[in-house]
Design a protein around this ligand. Sequence first.
Ligand code: ADP
Length: 588
Amino acid sequence: MRRSLTVASVLVPLLLLVFFWLRPDYDPVLAIPLSHFYIVTFTSFAAAVVSFLLVIAIGSFAHRRHVLAAVSFAVMSSLFMVHGLTTPGALIPSDHPAVPAVTWSAWLTLFSGGIIFALAGFDGPEGPSRLLLRRIILVVGAGIMIYLSIVITIPQWLGAIEANAAPWHRRLLFFSTLAVWLLAALQMWRVWRATRHRIDGVLTLVAVWMIQGSISLHLFPVWNGSWWLYHFLLLAGFLFTAFVLFTGYEQSRRFSLIRYYVGASLIMTALLALAASYLFTRYAERTLGAAGDLSQMANTILEVRAVGLLIGAGTMGLLFAVLLVVVTRADRILTTRTRELAIAYRDLRRAEEMRDDLTHMIVHDLRTPLTAISASLSLLKRLPEGKRQEMQGRIVARTSRAAERLDSMIDDILMVAKFETGELHPSTERVQLADLLSEQLDPFRAQAVAEDKVLTIDCAPDIPVELDPVLTGRVLDNLVGNAFKYTEPGGHITVSAEAANGNLLLRVRDDGQGIPDDFKEYIFQKFSQVPADADGSRRKGAGLGLTFCRLVAEAHGGRIWVEDAPGGGSEFKLQLPAGLGQQLSSPE
Ligand code: ADP
């Protein structure tokens, strides 16, 4: 379907041209100079605005050939606008020296556009450098300006060229135009064959249309249907090019609101100015006609048309300029929000990735005690009857230790989650600190003996405190459990408590591996652990125990931190407001 449409879009204009060439009597004549002025001026102005904005929008990142295609249309529409503006009898009298610009700007339009298009076709994987591209754009811009200034200030030059040009000069220009568009089509087609890029395909088709446009412009009589054809081909070429470039690159999000606004308001201004100019002219024609003053009529109408154009452009331009302030602000807000959203999205993705990593880590950590349990049980099953009796005690002890570890890890995970969702609040009660310590630390005495470590508890017998005994008990459990975990056999673990200024200070000191300075704050964050030594000796939990301790401390309005213990190892300090005000005094 698409292929047949493409073929038709090439064949129909071609067949039309051949038909009109063979049967010129069927070639309709449509001489509408004034409509030509309004239509051409408006469409070429709109096309110039869109093309320039496209160049600005995609210039820094698009394929160079695509930028050049947009440049080509920017040039063609600018020159074609001169073609429209210099329509004889519209803004200038028919004998004005700038009138030759009408034909010259049409010829130059297709010729210069073809050169730029052909250049675009030479953009391979390496392509012309950005610098070259910038130079081309500069040269082209300067060319347009020079041509415009000739048309405005020394139009007689164009008149002189027109008067002195021999027919072969024009033929040369025609063949050169044809040649550059043929080259452009061929090159673009080659590029398209290599890339299969939709934009390259459309640009090839556009170049083919322009070959036909050049024939229509140069070889057929002005105002005939065959001559009007090049206008349509040029417009279709522009519309297709702009459309594919726009849709092809829109996802890169460089088409800011402000550019849409500038484009739309410029085009609207032109439309309204032309409409105003038309209405002014109609009014003047009627008034002058009624007054019967025909001698002055032609000049006055030209003036009125120009004045109408200026007034229309001025008022609309002013209105759009005021609105521009609003749009600029909206655009800035939109850009900032988009950027913020992009950053938030990136952070979210990062957090999600981290959570996945942590989930893997926790699952892995939970598996270790579970493996120990199932390995012990299957060993027990496989042992011969006599041996089983003998090993039973040891295996059961090992299994229950692993089960306890598993239990405490799951407890940590659940407790931290509950704190975070606000489900857990300390329920405080008055307790004797010494009782809490001795009850909570009792199981560790046996562990100390079993692991050949020395556990010392140093607490005055009468320190009443108000706290959540269950949560504080678990904090102690974690801190002392860690001290055991990270201390070698023969090591010392000391738990001491003191009260000062209404605060309770609990210390858990060991002479084990210690904690590097860089990690002293970090280990209180969720899942944080000091990186494993080469033998993996540090990775013995889920990295949640200290997070839990911090959350409990904070929930009581206190804090927890770690320092180096004098003589090596670490000392964890838990400070809690004891809730008993001045009743609490330091035990002497
Ligand atoms: P884990 O369950 O991994 O022990 P914690 O939150 O209790 O998690 O501890 C976090 C990390 O802090 C531990 O992995 C360990 O690297 C370090 N750590 C905690 N207590 C001690 C200690 N007494 N001595 C040395 N390092 C410790």
